[in-house]
Design a protein around this ligand. Sequence first.
Ligand SMILES: [Fe+2]
Length: 265
Amino acid sequence: MSEPQKKAKIAELKPGIFQLISERPGSHVYLIRGLNKNVLIDTGTASNYPNLTQGLAELGLKPSQIHLIILTHEHFDHIGACSHFFETAVVGAHPLAANKISLQDEFVMMAKYLDVTSQPFRADIWLHDNSVIDLGNYRIRVMHTPGHCSGCICLYESSMKLLFTGDTVLAGGVLSGILGSGNISDYINSLQRLSALQVDEFYPGHGRISLNPRQDLAKALEDSLTHMEECKALFGALDTKSTYEHYFAAIRGQHPGRPAKGDKS
Ligand SMILES: [Fe+2]
């Protein structure tokens, strides 16, 4: 006898806004039912697709009834299942994420890390800072929030004071790390911008939702500033000349201390 199929883990957070929990290591997927269009924020991993379609079916939707997918950034655990929707849904991402997705930039996307192979796809529309997606019942503003990686966006819904944060900040003020194409200075600037918003709840890509966004964003900002100071202390303690010589030599593909032919620098 076959095992009964497990029900998908779904929470309705606000009227028409659902959180679909992915199988690990995938990100959460958020569904927003607009007046006429259905939007997904992220898709989880490629291997999460069966779980995602089951969740959508429990909400009365076929994959072809998803009209728009907004990707919070270019990491595999947020975009892997997107290729399954590409024929029928419009896909949107920040230009710095769209570019990497289009070129299949494995160094940044980590698409082969802990996931099954997914088909290549591209972002149909490049979402810039302050782009607005008007769904009739909800109006979502794109905020470019680089730091975790360069193509990160958060999505702000001002009438309900909701923020979808992707991996930029998790509940409890947890920072999800600085990965390829990210940096701490941009992270600080992004958290400062988010801290200026009126937010009642934020919905991250992983873990629980935040019901204390003000405190959580303040903690994230404080921790990021501490991290910056720790970086400065680290570089202050290093023998920077020899460190940088090794670093730049590695980038140039040279042996340390041996200039390339004709390189007078
Ligand atoms: Fe990420």
